[in-house]
Unconditional design. Structure first.
Length: 91
């Protein structure tokens, strides 16, 4: 997994966070990045959080399982903060 792709994911999620985790072009950008890296754990985890933002809990659950993660207990913003910290360690 190229580190620049992981950096792109983090940057895209940061833009989505800045927009209040609302559906729109920022969400689409995150989703596309995740789809392009299907099967890679960090991106599957991002895919899970992306579908959590969407409100599609079933689909989010599928991606959490693929990523070997569990859904965050707090808000989406809380989960992104924790996710971002862990992903940033991989850069």
């Amino acid at each position: 997994m190229p580190k620049q792709d992981l950096a792109r994911l983090i940057e895209a999620f940061d833009r989505l966070a800045a927009k209040g985790f609302k559906m729109g072009p920022e969400w689409e950008a995150v989703h596309e990045i995740c789809q392009n890296h299907e099967g890679e754990q960090p991106f599957d985890w991002g895919h899970a959080l992306c579908h959590r933002v969407e409100g599609d809990d079933w689909n989010a659950g599928y991606w959490y399982r693929r990523a070997g993660k569990v859904i965050g207990a707090g808000t989406i913003a809380d989960e992104w903060t924790a996710t971002r910290a862990e992903l940033s360690e991989k850069l």
